[in-house]
Each structure stands twice: as structure tokens, then as C-alpha cells.
Design a protein around this ligand. Structure first.
Ligand SMILES: C[S@@+](CC[C@H](N)C(=O)[O-])C[C@H]1O[C@@H](n2cnc3c(N)ncnc32)[C@H](O)[C@@H]1O
Length: 291
């Protein structure tokens, strides 16, 4: 019998496609394809300025729940495709990608021959966010290279596929605590850490951030503004005096809102890619300088 797979089809103004994709990932999409008016195979005819997002889901209840969650803002419905081809088609777009000076992200199914100075992160994202191709992830990866000092401890909040944790260890971090509220993401992050042979250095869990005792010199959080803002106190409390906090998942117009929630920290750098920005913040020093 031919397999039948559910997917959510969303018609969305082009300017909101990134935001909608991010939400689809968080709602559990296993892969997302974007099609526009020029794409002949779009199941829904998109008009100019509107794109169709096709998001594959494991099962029908998951797809129905995602369509419901989006339907107040966009036209979203569930349809089905038969056969295996489409389900894996998104993998064709996930190719080995260089990020920053030395890091290369490679999907586990793509061979890659690394140059001597390259550090290769091998990822099978499964249903977790983090292929390294999304701007929010790339912004953090780019900031990471100069920040990871040998043996440093890192906290990766919202670890998704574990990509930032793995990159941190490859760059020299001693130990990484990786947290996510999604048990599937935690399982996938642990699998990716094991795949990289780094299972003993990366500890992934659904533990709440409050369970982390003491300050960590480097804290990474690629989540969304609507979560980063209420999480500000808890995140800042986990950064060691003089330590660094990198925030990503922030849209450019949300910058001031995020900065005011983190006003106790000093802004050191803002980097941008497409509509997204990442903020590098420094905790007040051990002597209490900087507020
Ligand atoms: C945008 S993805 C980032 C994944 C990966 N770190 C990357 O950079 O590609 C955000 C992740 O944060 C997780 N998340 C959302 N709210 C959270 C919270 N309050 N605490 C921890 N993780 C959270 C989501 O489940 C999701 O896996």
C-alpha cells in the first residue's frame, strides 16, 4: 500500500514567511518547503507577494494542531501526499554549508571531505530545529568562533538539534549543558552529540533553566523574542560575572524590546542576516562594574 503523509499548507505574505516557518518548526514540522508564484508545482496557486509553505508532519493530529495554531493569522489547512518522495524532498536543500571561518555544517546523509582547518558539524535534525541553514542559527555560529576559549563551559538554552552545543565543543569548549523544553529535541540533540562522538561532553535535558546552578561563562539562546523577554532574569542569572550571553531568534524591529529586558548587561555587538539579528551581551564584571 502506498504511504500517505500529512502536510500543512500555509499561504503567507512573503515578508512573514520566515516568521511562519519558525512557528512551523516549533509546532513540530519535519521539513518545510517554500514555493512562490513562479513554482509550477505549488499545490495552491500563490499570487505575487504571497508564498506557499509546505510543512511535513509525522502524523495527522500533529498537522491538524499546527494548522489550527496558525489559522487565526494565515490561511492554513492540512492535505496529504502519497508516496515517499516529497517527504524526503526537503533533504535535497540541506547541503554541507560553511558558516564562519572554520565551521561547516553537514547533513548526516551527505558526504563531505573536510579541509585540514575545517571543523565539521554532522547533523541529522529529525524534527528538531537546527540544520545550520537558518539565519538565526548561522548568526550564533558566526559569533561563536572567537568566543569559545579552550575548556570553557557553555550553556545552550533551546538546543534544538544540538547544533550550537556540538559547534561549541568542536571549537574547544570543555562541557556543554544543552536544554530544551521539547523532549524530542533533547533526544535528537543527544543523538547528534553521540553521532559526533561528543556524548560525554554534551549533556542534553529537558531540565528547566532554573536547575542550572552557578554562572556559566558563555550562554547561548536562540529562541524567540516572545520567550527571550520573559526568560531574561533567569538567563542573566546563569551568566558568570564578566561572561557572555548570545541571543538570537530576534527580528530586527524587536531589538529595543529585547535590549530593555536585558538592560543590566552591556551590548557588545549586534550582527544581522536577512530580517534577523543576534545580540552579544556582556554580564557585569566580578567587581560589579557595568551595573
Ligand atoms: C529556534 S530553535 C533553536 C535551535 C538551535 N539552538 C539552533 O540554533 O538552531 C529554538 C528552540 O528553543 C526551544 N525552546 C522554546 N522555549 C524554550 C524555553 N523556555 N526553554 C528552553 N527551550 C525552549 C524550542 O523547543 C526550540 O527547539
Amino acid at each position: 500500500m502506498t504511504a500517505r503523509y500529512p502536510y500543512v499548507c500555509v499561504l503567507v505574505p512573503e515578508a512573514q514567511a520566515e516568521l511562519c516557518s519558525l512557528e512551523l518548526w516549533e509546532l513540530g514540522a519535519g521539513g518545510i518547503e517554500q514555493r512562490d508564484a513562479r513554482t509550477l508545482t505549488a499545490p495552491e496557486p500563490a499570487s505575487a507577494g504571497v508564498v506557499t509553505l509546505l510543512a511535513g508532519f509525522e502524523d495527522e493530529p500533529g498537522a491538524e494542531a499546527a494548522a489550527r495554531a496558525l489559522s487565526s493569522r494565515w490561511e492554513a489547512h492540512v492535505t496529504f501526499v502519497e508516496g515517499d518522495d516529497w517527504r524526503h524532498a526537503w533533504k535535497a536543500y540541506f547541503k554541507p554549508t560553511r558558516v564562519g571561518e572554520r565551521l561547516v555544517v553537514r547533513p548526516s546523509w551527505e558526504p563531505y571531505e573536510a579541509a585540514p582547518q575545517e571543523l565539521v558539524i554532522t547533523i541529522d535534525p529529525g524534527t528538531a530545529f537546527g540544520t545550520g541553514t537558518h539565519e538565526t542559527t548561522r548568526l550564533v555560529l558566526q559569533q561563536l568562533e572567537p568566543l569559545v576559549e579552550p575548556g570553557i563551559e557553555v550553556l545552550d538554552v533551546g538546543c534544538g538539534s544540538g547544533i550550537l552545543s556540538i559547534a561549541s565543543v568542536l571549537l574547544g569548549a570543555g562541557r556543554v549543558r544543552a536544554l530544551d523544553v521539547d523532549p524530542d529535541a533533547v533526544r535528537i540533540a543527544a543523538e547528534n552529540a553521540a553521532l559526533a562522538g561528543l556524548g560525554d561532553r554534551i549533556r542534553a535535558s529537558v531540565d528547566p533553566i532554573e536547575s542550572i546552578a552557578g554562572g556559566v561563562p558563555l550562554v547561548l539562546a536562540n529562541i524567540e523574542t516572545r520567550i527571550l523577554v520573559p526568560l531574561a532574569k533567569a538567563l542573566m542569572a546563569r551568566v558568570a560575572p564578566g561572561g557572555t550571553l548570545v541571543l538570537s531568534g530576534v527580528l530586527a524591529p524587536e531589538r529595543e524590546r529585547v535590549l530593555s529586558a536585558y538592560a543590566r548587561f552591556e551590548l557588545q555587538e549586534t550582527t544581522a542576516m536577512g530580517d534577523w539579528i543576534a545580540l552579544r551581551l556582556r554580564a557585569p564584571g566580578p567587581e560589579g562594574t557595568g551595573g
